[in-house]
Design a protein around this ligand. Sequence first.
Ligand code: HEC
Ligand code: HEC
Ligand code: HEC
Ligand code: HEC
Ligand code: HEC
Ligand code: HEC
Ligand code: HEC
Ligand code: HEC
Ligand code: HEC
Ligand code: HEC
Length: 346
Amino acid sequence: MPNITLLRRARTMRLSKPLLSALLALAALSSGAGPAAAQTPAAPKVVTAAATPLPVVQGTRYSEKGADTCLNCHDEDADTAVHTTAAMFKSKHARRGDPRSPFAKGGLQCESCHGPGYNHSIKDSKKLPTINSQKASSFMTPAQRNAPCLGCHENSARNAWHAEGHGRADLACASCHKMHTAKDPVMAKATEAQVCYTCHKTQRAEFQRASAHPVRQGKMGCSDCHNAHGNSTPAMLAGQTLNQTCFSCHAEKRGPLLWEHAPVAEDCGQCHTSHGSPRAGLLTKSAPLLCQECHTVAGHPAVSRTAAGLPSQGGAGAIFVTAGSCLNCHTQVHGSNHPAGNKLMR
Ligand code: HEC
Ligand code: HEC
Ligand code: HEC
Ligand code: HEC
Ligand code: HEC
Ligand code: HEC
Ligand code: HEC
Ligand code: HEC
Ligand code: HEC
Ligand code: HEC
């Protein structure tokens, strides 16, 4: 008997077909082929078995009555209830009035996502699985599982799917989207991040920091800045550039300004992190260090550089390092519109 658990495990390990068949043959030998076979490793037999094609294929025949057939077993009211799928009918996919919907007149209903499911085999039967379960445990590759979804949804929003980020990483649509529910958690700002954190643990920690964009509070979602379906921008940013992404909310930083501060116009990321920072204002570093990455203190009005000038002595140099440091005087760090604002002080 082919061992499904072994088969599935082997698939996730991405074994080659011949090796996989060999393993299955071995499993068959050890489980059902009689005591003699079980005791002998029988290498030649394995080689023969390796040529046998795999019987794992998706069914090709659709159910005669569509969902009605499926619901005979997959419904909370059915005697033989295996899984409750009823919540599907509260989702947008179940709108019969929408001609594009799986449940529109003439639609394939359940089988538009699960593929032909006539008399599909089940886990406890002796047959191998034949249905697109849309689950990670499936015998089908993510690309095969996604095909029915993309059949209806491949449009401008997802045309980068195959080339970028998550698509290139071979994610399944169902690794983010839940279909058998009235409200898909990844579609709501308040719950989206939890879905992303199942894989992106580092980012969860970043958003816990003292200064962070209000994702934790549910006021913002990751998709305010990222296009989860892929974009040709670095880190799949939603805007054309990092700055364009920020301007969608922080429009006042765009200008036009009489006196620009060069790094601001260039890349907010030179001074800010986007997820979270232990420093106030989402800063990558605190002033004066932040500013001194690019500036020396040369060109300043002379201040005492003796011990008396140390902050602990309350000296004149203190203003350069205490409180806002450089910002004590250069308050307009993002640029200025004041006629005399060229030194970013007003
Ligand atoms: C005769 C009863 C019956 C009918 C009819 C039926 N199923 Fe199933 N289905 C089952 C059983 C039993 C399982 C296995 C449950 C398990 O493995 O936990 C199952 C499992 C599934 C799974 C999960 C497979 C997996 O690998 O986890 C999907 C998806 C599914 N069925 C969809 C359908 C669809 C779509 C239809 C209609 C075309 C349908 N079923 C018709 C009994 C049925
Ligand atoms: C819009 C696509 C879509 C349609 C239509 C759809 N499903 Fe599903 N189904 C999924 C996805 C995706 C999953 C994977 C689990 C999840 O993320 O909810 C799934 C999972 C399942 C499972 C496995 C549940 C489990 O936990 O093992 C069953 C059974 C199932 N669907 C049956 C049905 C039946 C019956 C219908 C018709 C009434 C149906 N599905 C219609 C997308 C769909
Ligand atoms: C037969 C066509 C069809 C198939 C197959 C299909 N969808 Fe849809 N989907 C639709 C339609 C129609 C809508 C409603 C669009 C709208 O209202 O703007 C929709 C809506 C959605 C939404 C938005 C739901 C919401 O609450 O706003 C998501 C997410 C989605 N589909 C994902 C999927 C995934 C993932 C699959 C595969 C498992 C899939 N779809 C398969 C037609 C389909
Ligand atoms: C990494 C997580 C993730 C994956 C994987 C993913 N999506 Fe989405 N999807 C989202 C998020 C987040 C939203 C809501 C924000 C938005 O519209 O960009 C969304 C929105 C949608 C919508 C509704 C809005 C629209 O663009 O029409 C559809 C339809 C959809 N996804 C289909 C798919 C399909 C089909 C796949 C697989 C090819 C897929 N998604 C894979 C995260 C994901
Ligand atoms: C099932 C696991 C999984 C889930 C869930 C997931 N991701 Fe990802 N994500 C990945 C993988 C794997 C990559 C690596 C892709 C690559 O390097 O090409 C990735 C890459 C990314 C990148 C690009 C990183 C870079 O350096 O280019 C961003 C941004 C991202 N994910 C955001 C999200 C968001 C937002 C969500 C939720 C809507 C999400 N992810 C959900 C697995 C996941
Ligand atoms: C305020 C905008 C914003 C929000 C909200 C946001 N990101 Fe990002 N994210 C960015 C920017 C900008 C980068 C690119 C950083 C760079 O290139 O230096 C990035 C980078 C990433 C990367 C690539 C690796 C890294 O850390 O540089 C991943 C993964 C990622 N974000 C995931 C997420 C997830 C998951 C969420 C939601 C919990 C999220 N992001 C929310 C702006 C944002
Ligand atoms: C979807 C809207 C949105 C986008 C896009 C966005 N932000 Fe924000 N930003 C906010 C909100 C909301 C706050 C919080 C304001 C508050 O708490 O009063 C904030 C706060 C900030 C703060 C101040 C944090 C503090 O603790 O004082 C900085 C700095 C910042 N954002 C930088 C950026 C950068 C850089 C980008 C682009 C990578 C960006 N933002 C993109 C909405 C956005
Ligand atoms: C040269 C470094 C630098 C660059 C580049 C920079 N900022 Fe800032 N930003 C700062 C400093 C310093 C603060 C003050 C933090 C504080 O209040 O402690 C700040 C504060 C902020 C704040 C919160 C206070 C306010 O003024 O609203 C926002 C929002 C912000 N920056 C957005 C941006 C955006 C968007 C960009 C890119 C267009 C950007 N910053 C580029 C240094 C910079
Ligand atoms: C990433 C590099 C970088 C960082 C970090 C940076 N600056 Fe600048 N700054 C520049 C550049 C480049 C100019 C333009 C110099 C020029 O036009 O000669 C400039 C110009 C200035 C000017 C106007 C100088 C003049 O001659 O008109 C002041 C004042 C200034 N920066 C203050 C600051 C302060 C305060 C900080 C810290 C909050 C800071 N800068 C952080 C790169 C940086
Ligand atoms: C006590 C107020 C004060 C503090 C604190 C201060 N500056 Fe200045 N800064 C000035 C004044 C005043 C000028 C203008 C000098 C002039 O017009 O010739 C200036 C000019 C500059 C210039 C332009 C230099 C030039 O050649 O025109 C830069 C760059 C600058 N400061 C950076 C910084 C940095 C970085 C810090 C923090 C380490 C800092 N400043 C702290 C008052 C201050």
